[in-house]
Write a protein that binds this ligand. Structure first.
Ligand SMILES: NC(=O)c1ccc[n+]([C@@H]2O[C@H](COP(=O)([O-])OP(=O)(O)OC[C@H]3O[C@@H](n4cnc5c(N)ncnc54)[C@H](O)[C@@H]3O)[C@@H](O)[C@H]2O)c1
Length: 311
């Protein structure tokens, strides 16, 4: 099977020798005040990266926030160029971008407002990176492009990156278009490494207390095949993606290694999706959002499980 439409477009271009597998020095993280953004900023700073946190939500006086932070609205191209390029007083230019800012789900505001914010923000981030010569770009795609909420069953399970996006909402449509956008920006700028992380449903440790309640009804979390991503493992995936050194656009499903359920993954599929073929023998609680590609290509390996926090 061929890869998704965002498969590497210029794999013949060798990575710059001075960056092979190495992390960038200074990174902008957009959406820094969000659920995932907070974990990513904390993680990248903990491993020694110089992080410029960016969000349109000031969450207080940015001068009081520990660590470097700039308020910017990414739907304004000028603000993005200024923020990434060292144009804002007291904030130097960055050499990599992690773009997480978005309205993060369908139905939070009108479809048109979701599309307008998310598409403009992502276009501006990609275009500003190009204008500034930034060649390391990691952005948040979404599990939704796999066909959530799976009212139409998936073609097989575990789902993976091998079939074309199946957006079922405006939010997801925009994420699918962003994957195309990345592919074309890579065509225009052959040195660009653009990694899209199709995150599952982001969870903080506090969220795990509700997990046992999911067991009563397998339909409750059917919509994403009972998947989740611990925000700290999401941050680890961002770190791995920043070290990826193969020019071109590529996408990866990022989930935890297990499901949110106590029952076996095989029994869930047999009850809820009896006609969906399984492509492998499943471990007891093995994720149905396939992370084999992320493991193989990025070296991503989830370190956390809700089972370590509840019970
Ligand atoms: N939360 C999930 O379950 C989930 C799942 C898959 C993918 N994602 C994606 O991961 C990313 C982060 O999600 P999250 O859960 O942390 O969301 P969040 O809402 O907690 O954080 C998003 C942040 O982006 C900021 N933002 C939005 N539009 C902006 C703009 N125009 N300019 C500047 N800042 C802007 C918001 O102020 C907010 O702080 C998003 O791209 C989302 O689509 C999230």
């Amino acid at each position: 099977m061929s890869d998704s439409p965002t498969a590497p477009s210029s794999s013949s271009v060798p990575p710059p020798a001075d960056r092979a597998g190495a992390l960038p020095r200074r990174v902008a993280v957009t959406g820094a005040h969000g659920k995932l953004g907070r974990a990513v900023v904390t993680h990248l700073r903990a491993i020694g990266l110089d992080v410029l946190a960016i969000d349109r939500d000031p969450a207080g006086d940015p001068r009081d926030v520990p660590g470097e932070f700039v308020v910017a609205d990414l739907t304004d191209y000028g603000q993005v160029v200024e923020a990434f390029g060292g144009g804002v007083d007291e904030h130097d230019a960055v050499d990599a971008v992690v773009h997480l800012a978005a309205i993060p789900a369908p139905g939070m505001t009108t479809n048109a407002a979701t599309f307008a914010n998310n598409s403009a923000a992502t276009y501006n981030v990609f275009a500003a990176a190009r204008a500034l010569g930034i060649t390391t770009l990691v952005w948040a795609s979404s599990e939704t492009v796999l066909g959530l909420p799976f009212d139409t069953p998936p073609p097989y399970a575990p789902v993976d990156e091998e079939y074309a996006p199946r957006p079922e909402s405006t939010y997801s449509l925009n994420k699918a278009l962003e994957e195309d956008l990345a592919r074309h920006f890579c065509r225009w700028q052959p040195a660009l490494v653009a990694v899209g992380l199709r995150f599952s449903n982001v969870m903080d440790v506090e969220d795990y207390a509700q997990f046992p309640s999911f067991d009563a009804d397998p339909q409750l979390r059917r919509w994403n095949l009972w998947g989740y991503i611990d925000a700290r493992d999401g941050a680890q995936a961002v770190e791995k993606a920043l070290a990826h050194d193969v020019p071109g656009a590529d996408v990866f499903v990022i989930a935890n290694a297990d499901t949110v359920m106590s029952r076996s993954s095989a029994s869930l599929m047999a009850e809820v999706y009896p006609d969906v073929p399984l492509t492998k023998e499943l471990g007891e609680h093995e994720t149905l959002l396939g992370i084999d590609k992320a493991r193989r290509v990025l070296g991503y390996e989830p370190r956390h499980s809700w089972r370590d926090h509840v019970g």
